[in-house]
Design a protein around this ligand. Sequence first.
Ligand code: XIL
Length: 320
Amino acid sequence: NLYVGSAAAGGGHHEAQDYPDPFTYDTEYRKLLAAEFSSVTPENQLKWEFVHPERGVYNFGPADEIVEFARRHNQKVRGHTLLWHSQNPAWLEEGDFTDEELREILREHIFTVVGRYKGQIHQWDVANEIFDGNGNLRTQENIWLRELGPGIIADAFRWAHEADPKAELFFNDYSVEGINAKSTAYYNLIRDLRAQGVPVHGFGVQAHLSTRWPFPADMQANLQRFDELGVATAVTELDVRMDLPGGAAPTPAQLQQQADYYRQALQACLNVAGCGSFTIWGFTDKYSWVPVFFPDQGAATVMWENFERKPAYYALQDTL
Ligand code: XIL
């Protein structure tokens, strides 16, 4: 009973991602998204800068479409995300608010966005990337932590829970696939919050992997310890990029290694009872964020730009 999902492309904030909304204009893309997956995650369409571009002004059209698409095709939706240091609108980051105002802005946003999709979004990434690589809270970059202190994290989960009591509420981050300082910081925080009765239900590992590094061999053990803590786990944004200097084509060895990483990530999730959701961050290189954000890297998804399947696609299929 594993939901296998993909990000639904669109709304990227980088100028190189300024293509017509694939969700609306690319029929073949849409067909595959419907046919191949049992879950979708709006890639950008629920982030603050996209959904809440001006104070009190919401842009729900594109997210509504994705949620409606998912309903028609019997798919789950993962909501992403509510409290993050990145992709916040200028009015928020550069605004001059008192602590009380800022707190009310977050509360209102969470009630409005989570409330709108009540019963239609089964998992929410409430807090995204709140720790740095050393396992310290990002108290400088993250406006909420900086201005309101770490107590705002529990508030965000409580508000989201009030807005949709049935939604599973997650922490989510990258470089937390294995056991390390960052994933252990989450382990401790989730344990403490749950001991205080805060409605935290899950831990998501993004899994933006690269063939440059070894596969995190302790991924299963890491997911397992969260399982034992009593929370669900999920793989939320898997992709496996590779070095393609000067736009080189991937070699068969790179594609094999990539397929192996996809397979191992899926196997780790399958082996852990509480890992109920497995999402890749886009299924085609045509719309992947990777070449835009990682110069000289790419080919990170399971299909080529023309939607032909890579070895990684078949690796997932054979493992399921
Ligand atoms: C990325 C999107 O894929 C891009 O389209 C956008 O321009 C930037 O953000 N971690 C996350 C995701 O939690 O929201 C990010 O998505 C990738 C890293």
